[in-house]
Design a protein around this ligand. Structure first.
Ligand SMILES: Nc1nc2c(ncn2[C@@H]2O[C@H](COP(=O)(O)OP(=O)(O)OP(=O)(O)O)[C@@H](O)[C@H]2O)c(=O)[nH]1
Length: 354
């Protein structure tokens, strides 16, 4: 069993191969990839500092308004009011904003801080602690294949994230099979096929068929071919499109028919730019599918990074109700294949506050 935490994508181009339709092997080297990963097999890591810079740059728009709150000389009501406004503007939402303010005031009292700059550091600690439960590695290997179903609204970055994740997994020595369960949009299938070609992995794809049956075929093929991971890309949909949400449930049910223990991960891809709307998506998709993890994309250049605080607080409620936390397995910080990073609460909090 191995997990994908603090392991990077190299961004090196893979050998070109053809992404075929209907489960034709695109490349045998992918099938021959080892199922266990040793440290020696890990790709050379891009320095984490460069990721941090990227994330910091991206979140600067969120952080600017928060950071200016601490440029004064006094810790007073005005400071807390400004901070409240800044957190709301960053789309932390009312509840998470209230939670953070109360926690911060307690920290200020406990530490006896007297300088606004010290309050900023305490806020970073508070945000980091709130976000900590979102930090968890994506682990594969307990099941072969590990079946990962990926959902989200249109344009959230599902296919791109699957492409990046495929590279991430392949570079770590795992063999991957892609399932193009968006059978309606030719462009979506083509886009996934391009990622399959780039990453030299096999793809199961079918024009105009039933998304659930494509998923079934992919899981069956993945097992027959001894793949480590089957990644199922589903079509984008809004939570209000109830028939399409039902279709997602059907895909999940049919995957379970093909493999009783699956899907092992149900991931939601959310666009970090959509702020509070992303939280609404998390709730709706969780209700429909039972999410096991999130990928938050487009954190390069968003003013709404605060939504992660809202998601973390929602997760606290889920745990309190007897469920498990829904971690952020990865964050997207750009369009390129290497722009996928594991989530780290402390780094995120630091980047957020600049
Ligand atoms: N800046 C930035 N762009 C991203 C990121 N992730 C995805 N994108 C871009 O977002 C756009 C939509 O990405 P897709 O992967 O096609 O989204 P999708 O969810 O598969 O879309 P549908 O198939 O329409 O549902 C593309 O232009 C991507 O390049 C990211 O982390 N940062």
């Amino acid at each position: 069993m191995f997990s994908f935490f603090k392991k990077k994508i190299t961004g090196q181009p893979a050998t070109e191969a053809t992404g075929n339709s209907t489960a034709t092997p695109a490349n045998t080297s992918a099938s021959a990839a080892p199922s266990e990963v040793t440290p020696q097999q890990m790709p050379a890591e891009r320095p984490r500092a460069s990721w941090m810079a990227r994330l910091g740059q991206g979140l600067r728009r969120t952080g600017q308004t928060i950071s200016t709150v601490f440029t004064g000389t006094k810790i007073d009501d005005a400071l807390y009011e400004e901070l409240e406004t800044a957190l709301l503007m960053a789309d932390a939402g009312v509840q998470a904003t209230e939670y953070l303010l109360a926690d911060l005031k307690k920290r200020v009292k406990d530490t006896g801080a007297t300088e606004p700059s010290a309050v900023k550091a305490l806020l970073a600690a508070s945000i980091s602690q709130l976000l900590k439960p979102l930090e968890k590695p994506l682990t594969i290997g307990a099941h072969k294949p590990t079946i990962i179903m990926v959902a989200g609204v249109n344009g959230a970055g599902k296919t791109t994230s699957i492409g990046k994740l495929t590279r991430h997994l392949s570079d770590s020595g795992a063999s991957v099979l892609l399932a193009a369960a968006d059978t309606f949009r030719a462009a979506a299938r083509e886009q996934l096929a391009v990622w399959a070609t780039r990453n030299t992995v096999e793809i199961v794809s079918q024009e105009g068929g039933d998304p659930a049956s494509v998923s079934f075929d992919a899981v069956t093929a993945g097992r027959a071919r001894g793949k480590d991971v089957v990644l199922v890309d589903t079509a984008g949909r809004l939570p209000t499109q109830l028939h399409l949400m039902e279709e997602l449930k059907k895909i999940k049910r049919v995957v379970q028919k093909a493999e009783a223990t699956g899907p092992h991960e149900v991931l939601l891809v959310i666009d970090g730019n959509t702020g509070q709307n992303a939280l609404a998506q998390v709730k709706a998709f969780d209700e429909t599918l039972g999410l096991t993890g999130l990928i938050v994309t487009k954190l390069d250049g968003t003013a709404k990074g605060g939504v992660l605080a809202a998601i973390a607080l929602w997760g606290q409620g889920r745990v309190a109700a007897g469920g498990s936390a829904v971690p952020v397995y990865f964050i997207g910080v750009g369009e390129a294949v290497e722009d996928l990073e594991t989530f780290n609460a402390q780094e995120f909090a630091d980047a957020l506050l600049g």
